[in-house]
Design a protein. Sequence first.
Length: 245
Amino acid sequence: MSLTAGRLLRLGAVAGAAGGVVSAVTLAALGEGAIGRAVRLEGPSGEPEMFSRGTQQLGGALAVVIVGAVMGVVFALVYGYVRPRLRTPDDWRASYQLAAAAFVTVFVVPFLRYPPNPPAVGDPDTITRRTVLYLLAIAWSLVATWATARAWRNLRDRPVERQLAVLATAGLYVWLVGLGLLLLPPNSDAITPSASLIWQFRLATLAGSAALWSVTGAAFGGLVARPLSAPFPVAADGLPVSVPS
């Protein structure tokens, strides 16, 4: 069975949804306590709630699964583009490496500058500003990852010692990330709840994101590497190979 573009995207959606399920369970187990405490600290709003807390939890879990499926499709698109440029013949290893890079790029780097806070923490009037800043952090992280990958490919194809190439590439990445963290403005919202509550939620989101990307990478790699699938085309010269549609 050939690995068509459509099938690649479907496998990405399945793998991402699986990652979303595990992520939702992780977030519920580790972060629900912090969310509940933050909501109670906010106090009653004086208006009846439109949805019960149980309904909100179910809706939040469903949203995580849907987001996971969407991220899985994006992951499959990126995988289809970069896979022919990778020299490893192991589809599972390639998938897991890409998932690890996505975790660091999309979550860890923005987390270093704008760690998430539980609901009801922060000024509602600054939501737009905080969202824009977070998206800028993701964009800068993507640029840093892309530039580092290009630098690595250039050094890899030159007569440069591997250790020196690794050090130079890692140094470039750290410099680019550090520059972005320095230039992006801080979040100026006052945080009133206790540090333990805030960091319980933040670490829960970190674990949830790690679960999402690790399961997505493992599931997608396992699906594309099944014996029923034709091996993904790998170019000997590093040039892209089109995927049949």
